[in-house]
Unconditional design. Structure first.
Ligand SMILES: NC(=O)c1ccc[n+]([C@@H]2O[C@H](COP(=O)([O-])OP(=O)(O)OC[C@H]3O[C@@H](n4cnc5c(N)ncnc54)[C@H](OP(=O)(O)O)[C@@H]3O)[C@@H](O)[C@H]2O)c1
Length: 148
């Protein structure tokens, strides 16, 4: 599968690493410093390239949105049309210092993202800490961490 990744931080690069190991092709995008994207793609290897958010969407069968809640509007504007695309979001609607919810308690990150990308099929998942995702084994003792 071709997966376009918008936001190549802890979550985007961590998930990308697993998907590349399973043979999926990746395009990383959306950074304030393109050299960071290049380093992430190089660390993953030949299954990974970089591009703009628009290029990542056009490339992708599935798009991962993995950016802080505060920049979802900017990231989705940069992505262009997501009509008909599966938009897989791991965005939490948290304040930057994680002291509370950035969107109140009557909506959710997924609902706000769906409003910003009305043609996309939005799926919100992955309540998993990046520390676990990026740990050597993803194990707690002899148990493997489960990701829904
Ligand atoms: N970390 C976790 O354990 C975890 C778990 C579940 C869900 N989540 C959610 O997943 C999403 C991503 O989290 P993360 O931990 O991967 O974050 P992160 O490491 O900070 O990555 C965010 C990415 O967004 C990019 N970005 C581009 N423009 C930005 C801007 N103006 N401001 C901030 N970042 C910008 C950053 O690129 P540059 O820095 O290169 O510009 C970076 O690659 C968040 O919504 C978070 O709540 C995180």
């Amino acid at each position: 599968m071709k997966i376009g990744i918008i936001g190549a931080g802890s979550m985007g690069s961590g998930l990308g690493k697993f998907w590349a190991q399973k043979g999926h092709q990746l395009m990383f995008s959306y950074s304030r410093d393109a050299t960071k994207l290049q380093k992430v793609a190089e660390a993953i290897g030949s299954n990974a390239t970089i591009g703009t958010p628009t290029e990542a969407v056009q490339f992708a069968d599935v798009v991962l949105l993995s950016v802080p809640y505060g920049v979802i509007q900017d990231a989705l504007q940069a992505a262009g049309s997501l009509d008909g695309k599966i938009l897989f979001s791991c965005v939490n609607a948290l304040l930057p210092d994680m002291s509370g919810m950035a969107a109140g308690t009557t909506t959710s990150a997924a609902e706000e993202i769906a409003k910003l990308a009305p043609g996309a099929r939005v799926v919100e998942a992955l309540p998993l800490f990046a520390e676990v995702l990026n740990s050597p084994s993803q194990r707690f003792g002899d148990q493997i961490a489960v990701v829904f």
